[in-house]
Write a protein that binds this ligand. Structure first.
Ligand SMILES: *[C@@H]1O[C@H](CO)[C@@H](O)[C@H](O)[C@H]1NC(C)=O
Ligand SMILES: *[C@@H]1O[C@H](CO)[C@@H](O)[C@H](O)[C@H]1NC(C)=O
Ligand SMILES: *[C@@H]1O[C@H](CO)[C@@H](O)[C@H](O)[C@H]1NC(C)=O
Ligand SMILES: *[C@@H]1O[C@H](CO)[C@@H](O)[C@H](O)[C@H]1NC(C)=O
Ligand SMILES: *[C@@H]1O[C@H](CO)[C@@H](O)[C@H](O)[C@H]1NC(C)=O
Ligand SMILES: *[C@@H]1O[C@H](CO)[C@@H](O)[C@H](O)[C@H]1NC(C)=O
Ligand SMILES: *[C@@H]1O[C@H](CO)[C@@H](O)[C@H](O)[C@H]1NC(C)=O
Ligand SMILES: *[C@@H]1O[C@H](CO)[C@@H](O)[C@H](O)[C@H]1NC(C)=O
Ligand SMILES: *[C@@H]1O[C@H](CO)[C@@H](O)[C@H](O)[C@H]1NC(C)=O
Ligand SMILES: *[C@@H]1O[C@H](CO)[C@@H](O)[C@H](O)[C@H]1NC(C)=O
Ligand SMILES: *[C@@H]1O[C@H](CO)[C@@H](O)[C@H](O)[C@H]1NC(C)=O
Length: 865
């Protein structure tokens, strides 16, 4: 703008003038700066102050930006008249684009005046005045070009925010380091300066025609527009002491003080103001402010034509109203502008004008990334304190897309974030839930961070997610069902430590089928038929052969996918118990109840072989293995469900088992163990026989649980010493513990302890008596007080002779030397006899039992447990 006008800066005079004006006109003082954001860039954190000549409160920019460095202008560029906000700057030596994030939940579709100040003042001591670009949101606002170190550039625009947040960005264009001195936002009423939604108004000039040179702003102007004072020698002035627009609202809310003075031509009937050159491709919006300030006598008139660029505008014979603002707006394109006010023939007074504003229209397409995506990614940025070039709009403009982001630009009104790569970004903590608000996400890489916590099930909620890399983190818990399902369906490529999608094999076979089908496309019908017959024959043979082989495996162990396990247990909803190897969950398989044991241990390569092996072991007194899961780190065993829980739970309390029921349980257990020892080749040593490993079904039929797991996990015999979980304290064969030599007789020892538990209702280690159950019961045998050790809840409903035989059998099982222990076969035969006798006894029939059990009790035996 080349204005051939001159300003007079006479500071002391100004102050005087301001004071006089204040006292004369008593303008309204607006204390409310609620619609203001006044940032003094480069001010130290948390500082605030009030402007020297106007009461605007400036704050530090720390809250609005987290990049850049603070600097101060060289002292020689700071005078007594330099505004404080110009004294410091924030400069941006790092990064191509740096943005102030101005966000407020109420800002969407609000009209704002945005004003930025720039003064170089050789703050970096390089005496190189930079040139750079200024952006609003994703679009260029202007290029900042300073003439010299003391040149102050002010950029001002009236802009409607299209989002709840807005960024003002400084963009390095390779012509020096961008910087900024101050940034101001003033909320306007949306009715002010009407224009199309996409049109923003860039300030060209805003003049208050008055004597003196005082620029008017807050608090004279409630909206803090800066009205420059303009006075030319060929102008006369008119002013009033009365208040303009006292009871009238005007859409432009001009300051009363600016309207209270006006310019009129001196010795002339026309008033002309010209400026140029202007860009002929741009619409210029002109606002001319008029108010009559003179109380006219009856024989006085003030009428004039308003002419812009030689055309007679629609305002012929315009007669301003007394103390009431009228704003004429004009919009046109031109390369230069002449505003002429021409007194009409029979008007007695010359024309008058109070104020003038000119704006250049600038189109902003207001393109931006989807707001929910922005909210979500901003939340992620905040949570993880991401220190990348994450500035301004995440996706736009394309050249400035945030590092690690991929966006979809195909829909012009909705740019979406579709990819997020935060691998190796040093992230820690949980996966934030805000991530799931990036609903268009297709690609997510969080690998090689320190993320912990459960994997949120919301990750499965991404409708379009096709790639997810979670490797190299420390997550715990299970993979959410939906996620595993997608991975197995191959709709998602899931990369995670220990996760092996099941689909791999299925996919291969599917491909094979496809290839076969695609070969004989051009073959004749006859050939096709031939092939078909051959194929059917081959298929038939293979099928039959295969069937046989499959038969021999099929009923034994079924392999489940991890997904299946998750769905079986309804995402591990109900815990049945805690075993030595992991948690046991309740589940359903084809509407039948099952118990799913998740094995916490990892790295047992033989697991699958063992699981297959266990699947072949079927006995009515052994819990059936329905199937297993072996998928990477996931190992699970699926068993039939035992409704009545463990035997241990039924030894005390009102629901405790009867003597006959206990005998029945003992017999079932013994038969189960006998089968493991003698019915299987190679024999299976249970290793962990205990009352919590004998479970009861809904008919109180007892079955042994957990057999063979120990074996499955003991591939490396040398590491056995440290494997404390194998065997349970109180049940552990002392000989085995001592010699570490595994034998079926170790199970016999443990079973003996269980037998003692069954009859006494006491745990293997009786803490109250500080002794082992074998010692306690053994002593009772020597002293002949067996009745004292019998579970009182049996309430004498037993034959004491039979009980004594049972106790001797149990004690013999617990012989310190394995050689002295009976075999399980022997034990089960004896128990069968006792049960028969006890049952018959209830019917009044006596059964003679040959007492063949020696008492191997050794009084010197001291149990170390
Ligand atoms: C600024 O204020 C915040 C909150 O009151 C405080 O946590 C921070 O330490 C302050 N910073 C400085 C530099 O005083
Ligand atoms: C600036 O202010 C200081 C102290 O208020 C005064 O001593 C000095 O003369 C002033 N300088 C000018 C150029 O007015
Ligand atoms: C903007 O903020 C307002 C107020 O909080 C809210 O109602 C509106 O939904 C937000 N708009 C968007 C697009 O987030
Ligand atoms: C205006 O007219 C008066 C008298 O006609 C004359 O004294 C004065 O110099 C003129 N001023 C200008 C600026 O032409
Ligand atoms: C208008 O009237 C006033 C008195 O009412 C008189 O003094 C003045 O000269 C008149 N002016 C004109 C231009 O007639
Ligand atoms: C404005 O006035 C100047 C000088 O009178 C003239 O040269 C120019 O053409 C005028 N501009 C327009 C657009 O009328
Ligand atoms: C002013 O002059 C115009 C002609 O130039 C005339 O039509 C009009 O009536 C006059 N108005 C007054 C108030 O004399
Ligand atoms: C994009 O704009 C078109 C037409 O202007 C509209 O139909 C569509 O709903 C818009 N899409 C979004 C996501 O705003
Ligand atoms: C996700 O977006 C919804 C609205 O779209 C919002 O209510 C919710 O707070 C957002 N969640 C997070 C974690 O940002
Ligand atoms: C996942 O990330 C890890 C570590 O960055 C990398 O080694 C692996 O190749 C990635 N997986 C896929 C499928 O790209
Ligand atoms: C996976 O595939 C199964 C069967 O093909 C289907 O029922 C299920 O809905 C799919 N799941 C997902 C998440 O695509």
């Amino acid at each position: 703008m080349d204005f051939k006008l001159q300003k007079y800066f006479l500071f002391p005079l100004l102050v005087l003038l301001a004071i006089t004006l204040l006292t004369h006109c008593s303008p309204p003082v607006y204390d409310d700066q609620s619609g203001f954001v006044s940032i003094d860039c480069g001010l130290p954190e948390n500082s605030t102050y009030s402007g020297s000549m106007f009461p605007v409160t400036y704050t530090s920019d720390e809250m609005f930006i987290n990049t850049g460095v603070n600097a101060r202008l060289l002292p020689k560029f700071i005078s007594n008249y330099t505004e404080i906000y110009l004294e410091t700057v924030r400069s941006f030596p790092q990064g191509k684009r740096n943005c102030y994030n101005l966000r407020s939940s109420k800002d969407k579709d609000s009209k704002f005046l945005i004003r930025a100040f720039f003064m170089y003042g050789n703050y970096d001591n390089k005496s190189h005045v930079p040139k750079f670009d200024l952006h609003i949101g994703t679009e260029l606002w202007d290029t900042i070009q300073l003439d010299n170190s003391s040149h102050v550039v002010t950029k001002e625009i009236i802009h409607v925010f299209s989002t709840n947040y807005t960024n003002v960005c400084l963009v390095n264009t390779g012509n020096g380091t961008p910087f900024i001195s101050a940034l101001e936002l003033r909320r306007f009423r949306n009715s002010m300066y009407p224009s199309e939604y996409e049109i923003s108004l860039e300030l060209k000039m805003r003049y208050n025609f008055v004597y003196g040179t005082m620029p008017l702003r807050y608090s004279f102007d409630a909206y803090d527009r800066i009205w420059e004072a303009l006075q030319l020698p060929e102008w006369d002035s008119v002013s009033t002491r009365r208040e303009v627009d006292r009871d009238i609202e005007n859409d432009f809310y001009p300051p009363t003080l600016a309207m209270g003075t006006a310019a009129t031509p001196l010795n002339s009937t026309t008033w002309t103001l010209s400026w140029g050159p202007a860009d002929p491709n741009i619409d210029y919006h002109t606002y001319l402010y008029f108010a009559e300030l003179v109380s006219l006598l009856p024989n006085q008139t003030r009428k004039f034509d308003v002419i812009i660029n030689s055309e007679t505008a629609s305002w012929e014979e315009f007669e301003p109203e007394y103390l009431t603002t009228f704003v004429m707006s004009d919009k046109r394109k031109a390369s230069n502008f002449n505003y002429t006010l021409r007194q009409t023939n029979n008007s007695t007074l010359p024309p008058l004008i109070n104020a003038l504003e000119v704006y250049a229209a600038k189109r902003f397409f207001k393109v931006h990334t989807d707001e929910n995506d922005v909210d979500a990614i901003m939340e992620i940025k905040r949570t993880y304190d991401v220190k990348k070039n994450w500035q301004g709009d995440p996706c736009l403009p394309k050249d400035y897309t945030w590092e690690g982001l991929r966006c979809n630009y195909s829909s012009s009104n909705s740019t979406r974030i579709i990819g997020l790569d935060l691998s190796s970004s040093g992230l820690s903590g949980d996966i934030p839930s805000s991530l799931s608000n990036l609903t268009a996400l297709q690609y997510l890489d969080l690998s090689d961070n320190d993320l912990t916590g459960p994997i949120p099930s919301s990750l499965a909620g991404f409708a379009f997610l096709r790639f997810l890399n979670l490797t190299g983190n420390k997550f715990w818990g299970s993979i959410p069902l939906g996620l595993a399902e997608k991975a197995n369906n191959e709709t998602l490529l899931l990369s995670m430590d220990g996760f092996v999608p099941l689909i791999k094999n299925q996919c291969q076979s599917a491909q094979c089928t496809k290839k076969k089908l695609s070969i004989p496309v051009v073959a004749s019908v006859a050939v096709l038929l031939m092939l078909l017959i051959v194929a059917i024959t081959i298929y038939y043979f293979t099928k039959r052969k295969g069937d046989k082989r499959v038969d021999s495996f099929d009923s034994r162990s079924q392999r489940f996918s991890y997904t299946k396990i998750v769905s079986m247990t309804n995402n591990f909803e109900k815990i049945l118990g805690r075993g030595g190897f992991g948690l046991v969950y309740h589940g359903y398989l084809d509407n039948k109840e099952v118990a799913v044991k998740m094995l916490a241990e990892t790295g047992y390569k033989e697991f699958q072989i063992e699981a297959e092996l266990l699947g072949r072991v079927h006995h009515r007194n052994l819990i059936s293995l329905v199937g297993y899961c072996y998928e990477g780190a996931y190992m699970a065993l699926v068993y039939e469900y035992m409704a009545n829980g463990t035997v241990k739970e039924h030894l005390n309390g009102p629901k405790s088992l009867t003597w006959i029921e206990r005998l029945q349980v003992a017999l079932n257990g013994a038969e189960g163990l006998d089968y493991l020892h003698n019915g299987c080749t190679p024999p299976i040593v249970h290793r962990d026989v205990k009352s919590t490993n004998i479970l009861l079904d809904d008919n109180f039929h007892a079955k042994l649980a957990d057999f063979g797991i120990s074996r499955a996990f003991s591939v490396d015999e040398s590491s056995f010493v440290s494997t404390a979980v194998v065997g349970t304290i109180g049940y552990l064969d002392p000989e085995y513990a001592h010699l570490q030599k595994l034998h079926e007789k170790s199970d016999v020892y443990s079973f003996g302890v269980v037998l003692l538990e069954l009859i006494t209702g006491q745990p293997p280690v009786i803490t109250s008596k500080n002794c082992h159950i074998t010692q306690w019961v053994g002593n009772s045998l020597t002293t002949g007080d067996v009745a004292d050790v019998i579970d009182p809840s049996l309430d004498g409903t037993y034959d004491s002779e039979l009980v004594e035989k049972y106790v001797r059998l149990a004690i013999s099982c617990c012989s310190p030397s394995s050689a002295n222990r009976p075999t399980m076969h022997y034990v089960s035969s004896r128990l069968e006899e006792y049960l028969e006798a006890a049952t018959e006894a209830t019917k009044g029939i006596m059964v003679y039992i040959e007492d063949s059990t020696t008492i191997p009790y050794d009084s010197n035996f001291s149990n170390k447990f």
